[in-house]
Write a protein that binds this ligand. Sequence first.
Ligand code: VOV
Length: 249
Amino acid sequence: MSEAAQTLDGWYALHDFRSIDWAAWKAADDEERAVGLDDLRVFLQNWADTEEAKTGSTAIYSIVGQKADFVIVHLRETLEELNALETEFDKSTFADYTAKKFSYVSVVELSNYLGKGDGTDPHEKPEVMARLQPILPKTKHICFYPMNKKRELADNWYMLSMEERQTLMRSHGLIGRSYAGKVKQIITGSAGLDDWEWGVTLFSDDALQFKKLIYEMRFDEVSARYGEFGTFYVGNLLTLEGFEQLLKL
Ligand code: VOV
């Protein structure tokens, strides 16, 4: 049996994709819409307070195209907290004007492919903890997709030796690092949590960098031979002002 990579696991992640029920929003009167908007303001404030207290992080992006209208990405310490956030939102008046489109549950993950560490507990290292419990960047754009590593007879990632996988991941990391300062990645593991093995969440101020990075990675063996990809979502940062503008009739 090949040796499994060791992972460090951080905050749990919920990617909650919603659409806006424009018919319901338009059918509501000014007062009802004001109540909905007030709800939204309270949610945004609560999520910002959690981020301020460093007990979680939330980012909201509008989604371009017909797959959804917006996504709320929550990182929290426990699955229970994610569940509670989701339910609280569902119960709100604002949620009456939205519909669920897609969701993804995973946990922020770092693996030991590229470094064995120096023997000290990684949880004592601020730079490791900052990656396991990241404050989501509020860049102009987001890109999200789920992925697997292939398990076909000829191309089975899980039957490669640790050394082979390390060599392959080194090349993956090199391509990734050439996008330093342009694209920030948050890899979340989801084996046993959702339908794919990983969620890939990318942040950038220039959406073209998503295309360049993902295209370049397709030529790297880790992706070319072993990568399998789900649906891609791309979007634009939504601040409170952006949300108010979006909902203006
Ligand atoms: C933005 C750049 C970027 C950078 C710097 C980067 C670097 C790294 C490093 C150093 C490591 C390994 C150690 C760790 O930290 O876990 C990883 C790990 C991983 N990656 Fe990555 N990746 C990037 C970007 C990046 C992208 C764009 C994708 C999607 C692939 C594609 O073709 O669409 C991806 C996927 C992954 C996955 C699924 C894993 C876990 C694999 C596993 O089998 O466990 N990744 N990645």
